[in-house]
Ligand binder design. Structure first.
Ligand code: DX5
Ligand code: ZN
Length: 218
């Protein structure tokens, strides 16, 4: 297994000081940006103009998690702007593969995300068209919720396919990840860990990232 990737989620940061908040986690692998449209999820955050500014303000690869309807209309724009990874929700489109192709053609890695209640089996065939699988371990929409351990079965199933050489994919998890929950996720074969409140709720966010990485390695 490669070294664990830690992706602090800016959802838990101070939105009036995003450049400083990105700088506070400079040693992170990816910076997770939650884009919400108040339709796919009952919350509204930020969109492409803010992501464009973040790309100028930070060198950390941006991991854009689009919790939006009609991702085919919007996702390629994030890739064109320079996001490293652009993840769409399986539940938000009838043709995730077409959106993945457009994201890749625009120069980014393509991610597929599934909500806690969405099974992974119907999507196993199309995962070869993606670079990242984002397993949601809370209902998307808000930070600070409790980790749902049942979703780890999905991570395990996909990990097996990756280890068998049938897929090349980063397995990412998002929601309720902290020093207590990260080990179970790492054991299930997760490569990349999103953490919002566990990083930005800490007195020292950089130290929190370091601690999470150490825990995931154990
Ligand atoms: C929730 C977002 C998450 C959120 C995680 O819909 O996708 O990225 O920021 O926050 P925590 O780590 O606090 O659960
Ligand atoms: Zn997220």
């Amino acid at each position: 297994m490669p070294a664990p990737l830690i992706a602090p989620s800016l959802l838990a940061a101070d939105f009036a000081r995003l450049a400083d908040e990105a700088a506070a986690v400079a040693g992170s692998d990816w910076l997770h940006v939650d884009v919400m449209d108040a339709h796919f999820v009952p919350n509204l955050t930020l969109g492409l103009p803010v992501v464009e500014s973040l790309l100028k303000a930070s060198d950390i690869p941006l991991d854009c998690h689009l919790m939006i309807d009609n991702p085919g209309r919007w996702a390629p724009g994030y890739a064109e702007a320079g996001a490293y990874n652009v993840t769409i929700h399986a539940e938000a489109t009838d043709d995730p593969v077409a959106v993945a192709r457009d994201i890749r053609a625009a120069g980014a890695k393509a991610g597929l995300s599934v909500k806690p209640g969405t099974p992974i089996e119907p999507y196993l065939e199309i995962l070869r068209d993606f670079d990242t699988l984002l397993v949601m371990s809370v209902e998307p929409g808000f930070g600070g919720q409790s980790f749902i351990p049942d979703v780890l079965d999905k991570a395990r199933a996909v990990r097996r396919l990756v280890d068998a050489g049938e897929l090349t994919l980063v397995v990412e998890i998002d929601g309720g990840i902290n020093a207590d929950t990260i080990e179970a996720a790492a054991e299930a074969g997760v490569d990349c860990f999103v953490a919002g409140s566990a990083v930005y709720g800490a007195a020292d966010p950089a130290e929190a990232v370091h601690k999470l990485r150490e825990r995931a390695r154990e």
